[in-house]
Design a protein around this ligand. Structure first.
Ligand SMILES: [Zn+2]
Ligand SMILES: [Zn+2]
Length: 110
């Protein structure tokens, strides 16, 4: 019985590669069989494509989330400034008193 030197799986007598982990068997080494790196490379590059695709999708989702958050912030901060009725000074939207003359600004609790 032949066992894989890498994962320990029992192998067919004439196996050159482990069917479980693709490790080259001593028989494969003896026979001078090259490890099919090309196949591995292909498999890895395919895997890379899939991963990249996943990232692209995640990136789009993230972009959307950021955009939504940004719009919300803009909405919350884009209120018209409160104009003081006495001196005409522009105060912050949530200001209760004019920062220039101290007059109570029209708004919430008048
Ligand atoms: Zn193996
Ligand atoms: Zn004022």
């Amino acid at each position: 019985m032949v066992f894989c030197s890498n994962c320990g799986k029992d192998l067919p007598e004439d196996a050159y590669f482990c069917p479980r982990c693709a490790m080259r068997t001593s028989k494969g080494v003896e026979a001078g069989i090259a490890t099919p790196w090309e196949d591995l490379k292909e498999a890895f590059s395919k895997m890379g494509e899939e991963i990249e695709k996943g990232f692209t999708v995640a990136g789009k989702e993230m972009e959307k989330a950021f955009k939504t958050a940004r719009d919300k912030i803009r909405e919350a901060t884009s209120k018209e400034p409160t104009i003081c009725a006495k001196c005409g000074e522009e105060n912050l939207p949530r200001a209760k008193f004019c920062y220039k003359c101290g007059k109570k600004l029209a708004g919430e609790s008048t």
